[in-house]
Design a binder for this molecule. Structure first.
Ligand code: ZN
Length: 447
């Protein structure tokens, strides 16, 4: 269609079939939209003269080179060969080996005269598993690490790539536990190939590692040097993704986009990306859940997940991810399920708290913009838009069959301990500082 940088959210939300490129950060009348929509929008635009958009200060940290598209996996061998002749393939528990992608990757590497080793990481990676892999593989002179799988496989590959050359324990660098030594590298080049649409790990600078149990934790090894050299995103790889994984990971991607969009560090550049990602998720998530063969839905969700990784790495997240960390550490709750089951309630509590304590906060209008976007009702006022947003997220939670926290053994007695461990980096960029009782209310509503 056409490309516009600063759009009017009322145009984008209300008439999005005409305005695929509109973004919501605009503060001035949207000329191209006006031409397209015609008389009604023309009158509206003339009546609503908005001040010019203010470009707030921002930093754009390193991003991977991105190769996105159906069939992009065929490029992997040649891309890998650019980094050397010996690859380490890191995958999840094994489903990839049964997919058509695996023999194509292997024969492609062979055709490039590359040798390769394979490491399978079942479940979410622990620091111990990463250290064992580094110890076992250090002497192998690996030129490039290729992570193929969901967020866990990519995070494991990212952490291993970071430590293969330095050789020290990942515990030296994990945030919030241990000495938190600065990471100086060098990292081994890392190529990220996601096979789920969720965490956006292919675009982020952190690897999440966890130890599960009563003394458990879920913490990040984070550094810009860990960012993948290449994010190779082939939506076709989602074809074998089970529907429950599509549901949880898709909600995680949407949550990451929404939390970035209203983050206290949000910036126009990431707002534009997050808006497009949320629109893609709106149109792709339920469709992909219903039919993994829907190629357009696969593309939309692969895109939403990639963009969510870019935005979260730049501007941070919010209360849902603040809670997902201790929930995942203390209970066997997959990250996407934790986010998906909490996002509607956490959004409601953020909105209610902002209304009471900071009614002029810009996040309130941003939540309203997203409500109009998701509901296709651009004419709604702010209050009705908030209701539409929460209603839509509640409906997605039900339709996608996301379990409650009790399903994983969480009881009301666990709430204080979860709250006490929820104030990591994500909670710090929530649009408003929630007190302990407000955070507890999010959990209580989803047990
Ligand atoms: Zn997430």
């Amino acid at each position: 269609m056409f490309s516009v940088d600063w759009g009017d959210p009322s145009c984008a939300a209300g008439n999005d079939n005409l305005h695929d490129s509109c973004t919501p950060s605009g503060k001035h009348a949207h000329l191209l939209c006006r031409q397209r929509v015609g008389k009604v929008a023309t009158i509206r635009s003339l009546l609503i003269r908005k001040p010019p958009v203010r470009i707030t200060d921002f930093s754009l940290s390193r991003l991977p080179r991105v190769e996105f598209g159906s069939g992009a996996i065929a490029k992997l061998p040649a891309i890998a060969h650019a980094y050397g002749t010996k690859a380490l393939l890191v995958t999840g528990a094994g489903s990839l080996k049964n997919s058509p992608a695996w023999p194509a990757v292997i024969s492609g590497l062979d055709a490039q005269n590359m040798s390769w080793l394979h490491l399978s990481i079942p479940g979410e990676p622990s620091p111990q598993r990463v250290d064992e892999a580094v110890r076992a593989l250090r002497a192998e002179s690996i030129d490039v690490v290729i992570g193929i799988g969901g967020g866990s496989a990519l995070d494991a590959a990212k952490a291993i790539a970071g430590l293969l050359k330095p050789g020290n324990s990942v515990m030296d660098h994990l945030e919030g536990v241990g000495p938190e030594l600065p990471y100086t590298g060098p990292a081994t080049p890392f190529i990220a190939v996601p096979t789920t649409a969720g965490t956006g790990s292919e675009a982020t600078k952190n690897a999440v590692l966890s130890v599960q149990g009563t003394e458990g934790f879920k913490k990040s090894f984070r550094d810009e040097k860990l960012v993948a050299e290449v994010a190779l995103v082939d939506p076709d790889l989602l074809a074998t993704c089970p529907s429950a994984v599509i549901a949880a990971n898709g909600m995680d991607a949407f949550t990451q986009l929404l939390e970035s969009y209203v983050s206290s560090r949000a910036a126009p550049l990431t707002d534009s990306l997050a808006w497009g990602g949320m629109k893609a998720a709106r149109d792709g998530l339920l469709a992909l859940y219903a039919d993994a063969d829907d190629a357009a839905a696969r593309e939309r969700m692969a895109y939403a997940a990639l963009v969510s990784g870019i935005t979260l790495a730049q501007v941070g997240l919010g209360s849902v991810h603040g809670l997902a960390a201790p929930l995942g550490a203390f209970f066997p709750i997959p990250h996407g399920v934790a986010c998906g089951t909490l996002v509607a309630t956490a959004t409601r509590i953020n909105i209610e708290t902002l209304r009471v304590r900071e009614p002029a906060h810009p996040a309130l209008e941003k939540y309203a913009q997203v409500g109009r976007l998701l509901s296709h009702q651009g004419q709604l006022d702010q209050k009705a838009s908030h209701a539409a947003l929460i209603d839509t997220l509640d409906a997605w939670t039900r339709q996608l069959g996301l379990p409650t926290l009790a399903h994983y053994g969480v009881t009301p007695a666990d709430i204080p301990r979860i709250v006490a461990n929820s104030r990591g980096s994500s909670m710090k960029t929530n649009p408003i500082r929630l007190d302990d009782s407000e955070i507890a209310a999010i959990l209580a509503a989803r047990i």
